[in-house]
Design a protein around this ligand. Structure first.
Ligand code: LFR
Length: 503
């Protein structure tokens, strides 16, 4: 093995971002190699409302990435490269001078409300699915661009290049414009069946088709830090690698499964539940069940569904804080543990939970309108959220099995949400199978693996996964006793009568 330089992953989520150094270290006498990760920087990611639109604070994100590079060197690391993964779908537009046009929109901005229906009426919903592979989510790039077109946004007229968030940040670091494949597949404008941008659809919707760079696979070296960035940071011109820059796909690439057929749940602000496939599955059943086909490392595809996730809890916490009741997540989980089990349930994917002004209030109204008791405490609300998510996971897991003709022995849970042990336990109870939890930093780890492979430090992703397995022990949650299982089964029946999720 070559002497192993370290690499630097930036993993940006909707609530926070982190910079993580990865090193392959030789551990002791057995010559067993391990992947060692060190967090060198962490920062909040707070969206900004400007007038009627919700935006990302893109210059701040760039600044924090620069801070991460600086701090890595200050801490004595010499990363050979860095790579960025972020949430999907969002983008910036560059003018012909290469400058950013406007401030990128946040996917929870309301400009796309009602546009799934409008675009479906124009282009045909089955065709939209067949040519994008995606479930209908109002925030997908296609609807954001269509909203801008409808609003007569001059930005579209002046745009020379569209760069998805990780590509945009890579561009600020290197001056190079690129489009990474896994992100391209989140737009709704990339046809996974043909493996190309859907220019015909762009034309029919009146969207400019000249602004999309050709996708490149994860592992492509985009360039090096520009002379300006190096001078600003006092850093050498390290390489910038396009990783599986969609965070969900970076996480999926780091699931430490024993075989190649497994189900996983990436748990964070969103919950993404799915399974790996040899290619996109574009059948009528997948369309009807509203699953997505998203591209990942080595042109792999994942059949998965977006589930609203811990966003609902994060929003309750924020709202309670505004009202003067501050809780930590650990406190909220403890309160939930003490609350009455399976009292009221919600359908987490009801679109009313996408971005309401008052999340706890929305949960109360939902319970009232569906004839259930309203939660009587913060702990009761949190319990309702976690139990409802667990039941939704069961439903989506069973749908994934029906669509793929598989039977999964259990569920791998990765991402920040696995720190919520109550959620892991509820999930094992709801699905009646074991949950294998970890690693927490799956997205950053998948990001690191692709960089190691690009540098020739590991030969393939399989070798990378062996490293993950030997470096990050899993925590197993077994389902509860048969008596408790019966309660969960009864709750699932109640849940199914409520759930009418369009997504
Ligand atoms: C998760 C995620 C999902 C995507 C959503 C919005 O962080 O990337 O995969 O659907 O964010 O972009």
């Amino acid at each position: 093995r070559l002497p192993c330089p370290c690499v630097l992953a930036f993993d940006l989520g909707a609530g926070s971002g982190r910079a993580i150094i990865g090193e392959i270290v030789d551990e002791g006498a057995q010559g067993q190699c391990k992947l060692k990760i060190t967090e060198v920087h962490r920062f909040p990611n707070v969206p900004v409302q400007i007038g009627s639109h919700l935006h990302w604070d893109t210059p701040m994100l760039l600044q924090e990435i620069k801070n991460g590079i600086r701090k890595a060197f200050q801490a004595g690391f010499q990363p050979a490269s860095c790579g960025i993964d972020t949430w999907g779908v969002d983008f910036g537009l560059l003018d012909h001078n290469g400058e950013l046009l406007g401030i990128p929109y946040h996917y929870r901005d309301r400009q796309t409300e009602g546009l799934v229906e409008e675009v479906s009426a124009l282009a045909g919903s089955e065709r939209l699915f067949r040519e994008s592979g995606l479930q209908f989510m109002p925030f997908n790039t296609i609807y954001q661009l269509y909203a801008m077109k409808k609003a007569g946004s001059p930005k579209l007229d002046f745009a020379e290049t569209l760069l998805l968030t990780p590509d945009l940040l890579n561009y600020f670091l290197t001056g190079k414009r690129s489009c990474e494949f896994s992100m391209a597949t989140t737009t709704g404008l990339y046809d996974p069946g043909r493996g190309a941008w859907n220019r015909q659809l762009m034309e029919e919707l009146g969207l400019p088709d000249r602004i999309f760079p050709e996708p490149v696979p994860p592992g492509t070296v985009i360039g090096e830090l520009t002379a300006e960035v190096c001078a600003e940071l006092g850093a050498p011109p390290i390489k910038v690698v396009a990783v599986a820059s969609h965070d969900t796909e970076s996480a999926a690439a780091a699931v430490p499964a024993a075989s190649s057929s497994f189900a996983y749940l990436v748990s964070g602000t969103w919950s993404l539940l799915g399974t790996q496939m040899p290619g996109p599955l574009l059948t009528q059943a997948v369309f009807e069940q509203q699953f997505s086909n998203e591209g990942g490392v080595d042109v792999s595809f994942h059949l998965l569904k977006n589930i609203m996730g811990l966003w609902i809890l994060q929003e309750c916490k924020r709202k309670w804080e505004q009202g003067g009741d501050s809780f930590t997540f650990a406190e909220l989980v403890r309160l939930a543990e003490e609350a009455e089990p399976l009292r009221s349930l919600i359908d987490p994917d009801d679109l009313r939970f996408m971005n309401p002004a008052d999340m706890p209030g929305e949960i109360h109204s939902y319970c009232r309108e569906t004839g259930q008791p309203e939660p009587d405490s913060a702990g009761g609300t949190v319990r309702c959220i976690l139990e409802s998510l667990a039941l939704r996971y069961r439903q989506v897991l069973e749908q994934a099995e029906a669509l793929t003709g598989s039977r999964f022995a259990g569920l791998h849970m990765v991402g920040g949400g696995v720190q919520n042990e109550l959620l892991c336990r509820f999930t094992a109870d709801a699905i009646g199978r074991p949950v294998w939890a970890g690693p927490v930093e799956a997205s950053a780890i998948g990001n690191l693996l692709v960089q190691f492979r690009a540098a020739g430090q590991i030969k393939d992703m399989r070798e990378g996964l062996e490293l993950v397995k030997s470096s990050f022990p899993l925590q197993t949650f077994e389902p509860d006793s048969p008596e408790r299982r019966a309660e969960w089964t009864a709750a699932y029946e109640r849940y199914l009568r409520l759930a009418v999720s369009p997504i």
